[in-house]
Design a protein around this ligand. Structure first.
Ligand code: CP
Length: 311
């Protein structure tokens, strides 16, 4: 099964191959490589970018899209299980892109579905398609993925995007810097992962212009209200780390600021004017990365993408 559940098993060669494919799609997004295919997007949690960019990718590849954005209007609200929903939709679609609030839901779906599953985010666990667009954005802006200083800021506990990014970067000798409130620190399992894979990481308590002066990538994240059971705790930590334009004064010229978005308060609007702000272009890169993912999961090769010269 060609499902994309996690980025953890992707080799360096495979990641670079998918980035090469994304580059082809950036040159020419409209290619009818998936004509006659049906892509299902099942979103059990809210989304703007992931769903819309997957659906745009499918449309630009000539596929048709079915799906839902509100599980309340589906039969899951009547008690239908995830298993039955997946088995049913597999009768209609060639591929299922799924976001679910439960960690492991995509893995489970991939084990029972006769069609490939693409994990569009499972709880606080993984978000591998986001990682492909993050890697593409890093590569485009830095000219390399190797030997970079990457600062991860905000909600590192529940932040599935930072978990997936950390795992994918193991091939590229990064130094990670973690900046998070005590309650939202990077989970131990990811620190152990760093140790097992010789990934350098440094934990900081401050978030000042001096702290980030040597950053190549500053990856901001939102504190996710929806993951807290205690909303008082959310109120306590939500605004602890806010990036503003003044903090960019000492930063490197090549610094780029990424954010998976949506943002709430963690980047002030004056930062948007800086050429170092890259989060909206990053979201645009999601289209090309997701075209590559859809093709790859459905068995279309890079050579086939390159050979497609149809208007
Ligand atoms: N980055 C991301 O996953 O955004 P959405 O939640 O809007 O899909």
């Amino acid at each position: 099964n060609r499902s994309l559940v996690t980025i953890a098993n992707h080799s360096k060669e495979r990641i670079l191959y998918l980035l090469e494919m994304a580059k082809e799609f950036e040159k020419k997004p409209n290619r009818r490589l998936l004509a006659e295919k049906v892509v299902a997007t099942l979103f059990f949690e809210p989304s703007t970018r992931t769903r819309l960019s997957f659906e745009t990718a499918a449309n630009r590849l000539g596929a048709r899209v079915i799906g839902f954005t509100d599980p309340k209007v589906t039969s899951s609200s009547k008690g239908e299980t995830l298993k039955d929903t997946i088995m049913m939709v597999s009768n209609y679609a060639d591929i299922i892109v799924m976001r679910h609030y439960l960690e492991g839901a995509a893995r489970y779906a991939s084990e029972i579905a006769p069609v490939p599953i693409v994990n569009a985010g499972d709880g606080a666990n993984q978000h591998p398609s986001q990682t492909m667009l993050d890697l593409y954005s890093i590569y485009k802006t830095q000219g390399t993925l190797d030997n970079l200083n990457i600062y991860l800021v905000g909600d590192l506990k529940y932040g599935r995007t930072v978990h997936s990014l950390l795992m994918a970067m193991r091939h590229f000798n990064p130094t990670f810097h973690f900046i998070a409130p005590t309650e939202l620190r990077m989970p131990e399992e990811y620190k152990l992962y760093c140790q097992e894979h010789n990934i350098k990481y440094i934990e900081h308590t401050d978030f000042t212009e001096d702290t980030i002066a040597d950053a190549d990538i500053l990856y901001m994240t939102r504190v996710q209200r929806e993951r807290f059971t205690d909303l008082m705790e959310y109120e306590r930590v939500k605004d602890l780390y806010i990036l503003n334009g003044k903090m960019l004064g000492k930063t490197r010229p090549n610094l780029r600021i990424l954010h998976p978005l949506p943002r709430v308060n963690e980047i002030t609007y004056d930062v948007d004017e800086s050429p170092k702000a890259y989060y909206f272009q990053q979201a645009q890169n999601g289209l090309y990365a997701r075209e590559a993912i859809l093709c790859d999961v459905l068995g279309i090769t890079l050579d086939e993408v390159k050979a497609d010269t149809n208007k």
